[in-house]
Design a protein around this ligand. Structure first.
Ligand code: AOF
Ligand code: ZN
Length: 386
């Protein structure tokens, strides 16, 4: 495989970055293909695009196979631009390397290698053995990784990418002292949270939130319109429900909680010995977790979500205690903070339970990545400082 940068492309291949960008844009037409990565593919013959495809959901055809299906006839002059190395193994579907070879594609241009150990260079190898030229456009590698942060993190580090959602008043409060909190942020901001849930493999909350708010934590398609943001949501994608996860050391989740009663899979992480063999409902699995400090070991929860349930991106929607614990453990990759333009006063409830900092050097530092207005509220997206 030859690695090439955009600046070294000669006039005969000057259109390559345009096609690769298109493949990357197509990949992002789905919010999630969990546990699979988002992948896009563009087939080009003599400067003309003859087929496009993207992977919609696990179990459905891969991007390359969709593009080949759209193109009809291809031949050795055909170039395939794929945002990820074509797979070389039989999983839920047949190998894309073989599909590309069978379609007679002459050149395959990728943005990044696939970290899946079943692929990891084998896709490139198979293509090259069949006489297909393979190139990596290195300037697109970052984009390919950034649009699949959880897929790469799970494969490379064994834990999912963690987003923590927070909603607060201008003075950093989440509820009045009497508990009233519905609603601090407006409808547009709350509907934006639906998008976060729809892109997550799992939504994590704590037992306190279950007991006090009884949230559903599901995706409601009525609040997530089709074609929103230019996404072309298929029925499969709209049907996606993230796994709902409760961090509940003493297994106090009531059988009547909405989080359990709604359709979809639920995992409860508990440290109590009496949880072994106990069952709450058919859709609920109780996982015996290790202890850290006073509660469930959050690193264990993340490792389990990655290795046992193939979670790529997870969303934490919890109260001040669990949210604070995730931050204190250094496990948050991204904060999504909704700020309502109202003041709740200093006896209102704080955003996070984080105590004991003695110097500014100990403060938890993030970098602002995006700043947007959502209806009358503000949304700030922050990433962990390097
Ligand atoms: C590709 N093109 O569009 C995607 C790829 O079980 P399967 O058959 O769906 O395979 C899943 C694996 O295939 C996934 O872990 C990743 O290695 C690769 N994803 N590869 O060539 C695609 N989605
Ligand atoms: Zn494939």
């Amino acid at each position: 495989m030859k690695s090439i940068s955009n600046s070294s492309l000669d006039t005969t291949v000057i259109d390559w970055p345009v096609h690769m960008q298109r493949a990357i844009d197509l990949a992002q037409r789905v919010r999630t293909a969990t546990p699979n990565p988002r992948v896009g593919c563009v087939l080009v013959k003599g400067f003309e695009v003859i087929g496009e495809g993207w992977h919609v959901a696990a179990g459905e055809a891969h991007a390359e196979v969709v593009a080949i299906g759209n193109a009809g006839k291809t031949n050795t002059c055909t170039e395939a631009f794929v945002s990820l190395e074509p797979c070389a193994h039989t999983g839920r579907t047949a190998p894309c390397s073989e599909a590309l070879i069978a379609a007679g594609v002459g050149k395959v241009i990728i943005a990044s290698l696939d970290p899946n150990p079943q692929v990891a260079g084998k896709g490139v190898e198979q293509l090259e053995q069949a006489g297909v030229e393979v190139y990596q456009l290195v300037d697109f590698e970052d984009q390919s990784r950034e649009m699949n942060p959880g897929y790469f993190k799970r494969r490379e580090e064994g834990i999912p990418y963690v987003r923590l959602k927070l909603a607060m008043s201008l003075d950093g409060r989440t509820a009045l002292a009497n508990g009233q909190s519905k609603w601090i942020t407006n409808k547009a901001a709350r509907s934006d949270v639906q998008k976060l849930r729809a892109s997550a493999s799992a939504v994590i909350t704590g037992i306190n939130t279950v007991l006090t708010d009884d949230p559903s934590l599901n995706v409601r398609s009525a609040e997530l319109p089709e074609n929103q943001d230019g996404l072309e949501s298929g029925a499969k994608e709209l049907a996606h429900q993230p796994i709902r996860v409760v961090v509940d050391s003493q297994l106090r989740t009531p059988g009547t909680a909405k989080i359990i009663c709604n359709e979809g899979s639920v995992k409860i992480y508990s440290t109590a010995d009496f949880t072994v063999g106990k069952s709450l409902a058919d859709n609920v699995e109780i996982v015996k977790a290790t202890v850290s400090g006073e509660g469930v070991d959050l690193q264990f929860v993340l490792e389990s979500l990655a290795s046992d349930f193939s979670c790529n991106e997870v969303l934490v929607e919890a109260g001040p205690t669990l949210s604070g614990a995730f931050i204190e453990a250094g496990l948050v990759d991204e904060l999504v903070v909704y700020i309502a333009p109202r003041l709740l006063g200093s006896d209102a409830k704080p955003l996070l339970e984080i105590h004991g900092l003695q110097s500014l050097a100990e403060s938890h530092q993030f970098q602002v990545s995006h700043l947007d207005r959502i209806g009358d509220d503000i949304r700030v997206i922050l990433k962990q400082a390097p």
